[in-house]
Design a protein around this ligand. Structure first.
Ligand SMILES: Cc1cc2nc3c(=O)[nH]c(=O)nc-3n(C[C@H](O)[C@H](O)[C@H](O)COP(=O)(O)OP(=O)(O)OC[C@H]3O[C@@H](n4cnc5c(N)ncnc54)[C@H](O)[C@@H]3O)c2cc1C
Length: 492
């Protein structure tokens, strides 16, 4: 069967982007610190799918003075070739995200160009490894300005911009850059940290791992493994242990029944994905406390994979109360009695708490959280959802106390920490095509408003005649249309 080939797709993409490229002019005035350092318009931290899509959308809006950094090596950003221990994505293959609705930039177009349309039609879900390959292609074909092995360590206000401390992990050097805006697209857990229950720390670390850690599964051959949690990552880790010849793997679910309904499928419609953030706080709280309380179900394929192994066991309604070690065995105390195991995996997710995140800790006391803005006497005052950041309309941090840190409006969050304010948005494929334009629109608005004096001066100085009077012909370059083009256009 004949396929289009990637080269032909790339030509088509170039053409498509040129058709929708208008207007071409870069428009954000250059900015310098008092010491003469050039200031970036936007620094995007994280070159996963979120950071890449935001960079692309900014460049479509002709904001080109952008830098994307990632502490990971190129091609290994995000979870996909690290701790995402599933062969296929959990989303349906039809979900389109980073392409931002440009068909020739979609995963489907990329796949069909290489393997054909009938291969796509017969494919189940998208391979996780291929998703990473697609993101590598996306970044390369769009020529996105990404630098790898650079870590954001800290940021602070400086003059009317932000001063940012970066570590170059290749050279062990510290570097300072200045930027007007920062977008934190730092990953699903990065508004807090991966979380294991306190009982985990009752036993030495060699006996357990969190599901997000680098686990040497070959060490689990012939061993009994217990997994706490029954979400998608817990099950993927259980399958990985079984595939590595673990003798038996028992998944322990605290709740009496497995979560089999996937509530995030229900909410995948434009009304919810685009307008959720415009609801009042009561509605946002109602929806999100219900949805986040349900947790995410794992896909049917995961369940089927687990059940192919004789050593797979499931215990529902069995929370863990305590852990200890006896004779090199782990003893797990539960209300239903004692279990024994050789190794534990905590598939217990992450918690949102910006004070636990290195780059945010310093400013955590200044940033408004839901607990600072939302007061509903009927709600649980200790709800963990109250720790989510309470964000402005453009995903920007707001001040806990108005007037104490107005510069926070230049820090935009694009992680799971946005969920209480926006529903699915950052760290979510299905919401990208709604959330990325919203974030970028808010950035272009801020950049335009802040420079309004300069734009007005530029308008007053604008004196390009559309046509020449007869006696001016010699002055204006003959036979050439006069195009005002300030900057380059990466896509043409
Ligand atoms: C195991 C797993 C499976 C998932 N499966 C699906 C799925 O099937 N469908 C779906 O819709 N969603 C899924 N998700 C949710 C979501 O799509 C992913 O988490 C996705 O990777 C989010 O993209 P991102 O760009 O926001 O973050 P990431 O892809 O995690 O990228 C963040 C990047 O930021 C970098 N970074 C972090 N801190 C710094 C710093 N200080 N300095 C420099 N760089 C930094 C990291 O190195 C990383 O590369 C899954 C999530 C996980 C964890």
């Amino acid at each position: 069967m004949k396929v289009l080939g990637l080269g032909a797709l790339e030509q088509r993409l170039k053409h498509d982007l040129s058709i929708i490229g208008y207007p071409l002019n870069e428009w954000v005035p250059e900015k310098f610190t008092k010491e003469g350092e050039r200031v970036l318009d936007v620094l995007i931290v994280g070159a996963g799918q979120g950071g890449l899509a935001i960079a692309f959308q900014l460049m479509r809006e002709r904001v080109n003075n952008v830098l994307v950094i990632d502490k990971a090596e190129a091609g290994t950003e995000g979870p996909w070739v690290n701790y995402a221990r599933m062969p296929i994505l959990r989303s349906p293959k039809e979900v389109n995200g980073p392409d931002l609705n440009i068909p020739s930039l979609s995963f489907q177009a990329w796949y069909e160009a290489q393997f054909g349309t009938s291969s796509w039609a017969s494919m189940g879900k998208i391979s996780t490894k291929m998703w990473m390959d697609y993101l590598v292609w996306y970044r390369s074909i769009l020529q996105l300005p990404v630098e790898n092995r650079i870590r954001l360590d800290a940021f602070e206000p400086y003059e009317d911009v932000l001063k940012v401390t970066l570590s170059c992990l290749r050279t062990n050097r510290i570097k300072t850059v200045f930027t007007r805006k920062i977008v934190l697209a730092t990953g699903i857990e990065s508004s807090g940290e991966w979380w294991s229950p306190s009982i985990a720390y009752n036993i030495p670390k060699q006996y357990w791992s969190h599901a997000s850690e680098n686990i040497d599964f070959s060490r689990l051959a012939g061993k009994r493994v217990a997994v706490l949690g029954a979400g998608a990552s817990a099950m993927d880790n259980a399958v990985a242990a079984l595939a590595a010849d673990a003798q038996e793997v028992t998944v322990f679910c605290r709740r009496p029944e497995l979560q089999r309904i996937q509530p995030f499928k229900w909410l995948s419609f434009p009304g919810f994905l685009r307008h959720f953030s415009e609801l009042n706080d009561d509605w946002r709280w109602k929806f999100m406390s219900y949805l986040l309380g349900l947790r995410e179900a794992f896909p049917r394929e995961t369940w089927e994979r687990a059940n192919q192994f004789d050593g797979f066991q499931l215990e529902t309604g069995v929370p863990w109360k305590d852990l200890s070690i006896r004779d090199k065995q782990i003893l797990i105390e539960t209300p239903k009695g004692q279990y024994t195991s050789d190794f534990l995996i905590f598939g217990t997710g992450f918690i949102i708490d910006i004070s636990r995140r290195a780059e945010l800790r310093q400013h955590a006391d200044l940033i408004a959280l839901w607990k600072d803005r939302y007061h509903n006497p009927s709600e649980d005052k200790d709800s963990l959802l109250l720790n989510y950041p309470y964000l402005g309309h453009g995903f920007e941090f707001l001040e806990k106390k108005p007037g104490t840190a107005c510069w926070l409006k230049n820090i935009h969050l694009f992680t799971f920490g946005t969920t209480m304010s926006f529903g699915p948005s950052g760290s979510s494929i299905n919401a990208m095509k709604f959330a990325v334009p919203r974030l970028v629109n808010s950035i272009t608005k801020d950049l335009f408003f802040e420079d309004i004096d300069a734009h007005y001066r530029s308008l007053k100085a604008y004196n390009l005649p559309e046509f020449a009077m007869v006696d001016e012909d010699a002055e204006i370059a003959p036979n050439k249309p006069q195009i005002r083009r300030i900057g380059g256009n990466n896509f043409s």
